[in-house]
Design a protein around this ligand. Structure first.
Ligand code: ZN
Length: 310
């Protein structure tokens, strides 16, 4: 099937925009319609500052080193109820990091974080004492209660956008932060997207690469060869690029159904990430919640959403 990338991404943004209403409604959420309450990005003085506080490594020293998730025996892992009972680790989801243009729609701006806003958001995290954790650390915490650094947070970047390498990567480096990148392989090497070499570099530098399908089709609609096209082949491509096993998956648009869990498990995935909706009560590892850090959010709004949504 041939679909132009532009129409695909337009569809992705349109569909994704539909999710924005639920972007902050989590299990612990009450009434938080914060998406529409856009703080002024221009007048927020916090955005003018770029100098940051370096994240200290002291707390990280107390955390349990992350084991390979495959080395944790199934019998040792906590059951679903035990996992659901643990406090959730906040996980942020980013897409594009670039300044808005006149062509960007109101809805798309939830998915496009202006550069200064992104830098201010990262500075806020560092100033607030947040430490980034890897998906392996998260998995060990969820399944065995392994200790995490103080104020743990996970940063995730979806869809392979080039600015994740050119803008986000150096910003995260400034604070000693690592992230998870969910790559959609159809985009690799195309204009405005990362190349295979960039993905390898991110992996080599200690970030984790996850699978995000071939061309962003909705998992709920897979049939026949779709699992091969959307999951098997792209995951193999990512394993060839990184030289590492790909253990984690993110659902396009955050959309999942329970039929997807056994399909992902038999392909070797140990966990999968959705968006802000409630987790599956039987399989919380395959519906790990994330919130989209909106382009409209000031650092303060982001901090409030982190606290309220997780
Ligand atoms: Zn995506």
């Amino acid at each position: 099937m041939k679909v132009s990338l532009a129409s695909l991404l337009l569809a992705a943004l349109t569909l994704a925009a539909c999710d924005s209403k639920t972007a902050t409604t989590g299990e612990s959420a009450t009434s938080k319609a914060t998406v529409g309450a856009a703080d002024s990005l221009v007048t927020d003085p916090a955005l003018a500052k770029t100098s940051g506080t370096q994240a200290t490594a002291t707390d990280e020293a107390n955390a349990t080193p992350a084991p390979d998730p495959k080395t944790i025996p199934a019998g040792k892992a906590t059951d679903a109820a035990g996992i659901l009972a643990r406090p959730q680790v906040p996980i942020l989801c980013y897409h594009q990091i670039r300044d808005w243009t006149a062509r960007d729609s109101k809805g798309a701006k939830d998915y496009i974080v202006p550069i200064a806003a992104f830098k201010a958001q990262m500075k806020m995290l560092a100033d607030s004492g947040y430490h980034t954790v890897s998906p392996d650390q998260l998995y060990a915490y969820m399944t065995t209660g392994a200790k995490l650094p103080s104020k743990p947070i996970m940063l995730t970047f979806d869809d392979t956008d080039l600015d994740q390498f050119t803008v986000a990567r150096p910003t995260l480096e400034q604070y000693g932060y690592k992230a998870m990148y969910f790559v959609m392989t159809v985009s690799l090497g195309r204009p405005h997207y990362m190349t295979k070499a960039m993905v390898k570099q991110l992996s080599d530098e200690g970030n984790v690469i996850g699978s995000h399908t071939w061309d962003h089709h909705n998992v709920k609609k897979y049939q026949g060869k779709d699992w091969e096209t959307q999951i098997d082949k792209p995951t193999k491509t990512l394993e060839e690029i990184t030289g590492k096993k790909i253990n984690y998956f993110a659902y396009p648009f955050g959309l999942w159904n329970t039929q997807a869990f056994p399909e992902l498990k038999k392909r070797g995935f140990v966990a999968a990430f959705s968006l802000a909706e409630k987790r599956d009560q039987q399989d919380p590892l395959f519906t790990i919640r994330r919130i989209i850090a909106s382009g409209y959010w000031s650092p303060k709004t982001l901090r409030n959403n982190i606290v309220q949504s997780f």
